[in-house]
Design a protein around this ligand. Structure first.
Ligand code: ZN
Length: 208
């Protein structure tokens, strides 16, 4: 089954499941592992995470990112995100980011750290102006149930990513919505998202 769902919090085999160090991982599913910015004010044991990144089915780092409306103060969130950037670079895994009122901070971190690994802002709902700015900095965006249609149409086929996130909808339902927004079929959207996922997440493409 091709992986076509870039980010979910439910158990789905066709998706990259967002996990924490305490998640029990299923060997037949794909995961990204990180500390969500909402939990940035809590205590963490980074060593617990580090051995997970070497597992063959942990294919990404995150959900990391920044949220200016929830979680720890900005400085703490930046430090935590920098930790995830280090993991992403040293284990060679793409970084999945949550971004609430922090697009400028994320771009500033990208300029400072100049990562080799792709960065993906998931659940992208912001406008075309922000989408353009992020693409200029080579940041990917993943689209789910709620999105700005103008921003969605700006994304080239080769960068398209879709996701279910915490929704109960299936990835086919999401692909229908995104397909309507881009004047194409749901099947085409599923194929494009799977292609982008396979290009960015090398551990997935190596396994298939
Ligand atoms: Zn999420």
């Amino acid at each position: 089954m091709p992986v076509c769902d870039c980010h979910t919090h439910l158990f789905r085999r066709d998706a990259i499941i967002s996990a924490t160090s305490s998640t029990i991982l299923d060997a037949n599913a794909y995961y990204s592992v990180g500390i969500h910015p909402w939990n940035s004010a809590e205590c963490h044991n980074p060593e617990l995470m580090e051995h997970l990144f070497s597992l063959p089915n942990v294919v990404g780092v995150g959900e990391s990112g920044m949220d200016m409306l929830r979680g720890a103060d900005e400085k703490t969130q930046i430090q935590l995100m920098e930790r995830h950037i280090e993991w992403s670079e040293s284990y060679g895994l793409p970084l999945i980011l949550h971004c609430v009122k922090s697009a400028n901070q994320i771009v500033a971190l990208k300029k400072t750290h100049r990562p080799n690994q792709p960065w993906i802002i998931h659940g992208f709902r912001l406008n075309a102006h922000v989408a353009e700015m992020l693409m200029k900095h080579d940041i990917y965006m993943s689209f789910g149930r709620f999105f700005n249609p103008e921003a969605l149409r700006l994304i080239p086929d080769s960068r398209l990513l879709i996701e279910t996130d915490d929704s109960q909808m299936t990835i086919n339902d999401i692909a229908e919505l995104i397909g309507e927004g881009r004047n194409t079929s749901a099947d085409n959207i599923l194929t494009l998202s799977a292609n982008t996922i396979h290009t960015l997440f090398t551990k997935i493409s190596q396994r298939c």
